[in-house]
Ligand binder design. Structure first.
Ligand SMILES: C[S@@+](CC[C@H](N)C(=O)[O-])C[C@H]1O[C@@H](n2cnc3c(N)ncnc32)[C@H](O)[C@@H]1O
Length: 213
């Protein structure tokens, strides 16, 4: 299990049924079962070929595992207590959550991009965001969001950057912002960049400076 999955596994709670949507390899589900965080696990993927990897990996766990080829929750017959959806874009995660007939009490989400859209969905649809931070593994930045049923209120900056990042300024978040700042400064200085992209870069840079100061 790589560092990213290790961190995501650390965010998993406890209960009766855990689901990993878009499980692919099935490593998180395997550890959930091994460490008895949940009694039962639903492994699910839109791709039968991807799901097969997890089925093979989890075969020693017998009837503690249910495997479903499904687009999001579409083919689910049981509502899990908790779901992980990791390694997809934020828009795909929002689509999966919006299409569900009902949603688990606890969500562990790791959007690859557009995390702000996921945060907006969660607050609008009755979730309280418990954890919301950026981390780095093998030179890549990742966002992790844990939400439970409840009421929350987010500022625009929190939607854009994540609440824990703004409160605690973890190193990975600082590094990501600094890289973004350099990239925006480069765009502004580039003679071949269009006026529109320069204007856009200026606005984004101004917003970044407000946080970095
Ligand atoms: C990059 S892999 C991530 C695997 C694992 N969750 C992780 O974070 O390492 C994305 C997986 O999500 C699956 N996937 C994409 N869209 C999906 C959807 N709408 N419903 C279920 N699975 C989906 C893909 O088939 C793929 O196996």
């Amino acid at each position: 299990m790589d560092g990213r999955l290790d961190i995501l596994f650390g965010l998993v709670g406890n209960g009766e049924t855990f689901a990993d949507i878009g499980c692919d390899h099935g490593y998180v589900a395997e550890r959930v079962l091994k460490e008895n965080k949940f009694e039962k696990v639903i492994i699910s993927d839109i791709s039968a070929k991807s799901l097969q990897k997890a089925i093979d990996l989890l075969s020693p766990f017998g009837n503690r595992v249910t495997a479903i080829v499904s687009d999001g929750f579409d083919k689910f017959e049981v509502l899990p207590d908790e779901v992980m959806i990791a390694g997809m874009g934020g828009e795909e995660i929002v689509k999966i959550l919006s299409n569900a007939m009902s949603l688990p009490k606890r969500l562990v989400l790791a959007p690859q991009k557009n995390s702000d859209k996921v945060r907006r969905f969660l607050v609008l649809f009755g979730y309280k965001i418990e954890k919301d931070f950026t981390f780095k593994d093998r030179n890549k930045f990742y966002d992790a969001i844990v939400a439970v049923e409840g009421v929350d209120e987010y500022s625009e900056l929190e939607y854009l950057h994540g609440r824990d990042n703004l409160l605690n300024f973890p190193d990975a978040f600082k590094e990501k912002l600094n890289l973004e700042r350099t990239m925006l400064e480069d765009i502004i200085a580039l003679s071949t960049a269009s006026q529109t992209s320069k204007e856009d870069a200026k606005v984004r840079l101004e917003n970044l400076r407000k946080i970095l100061k």
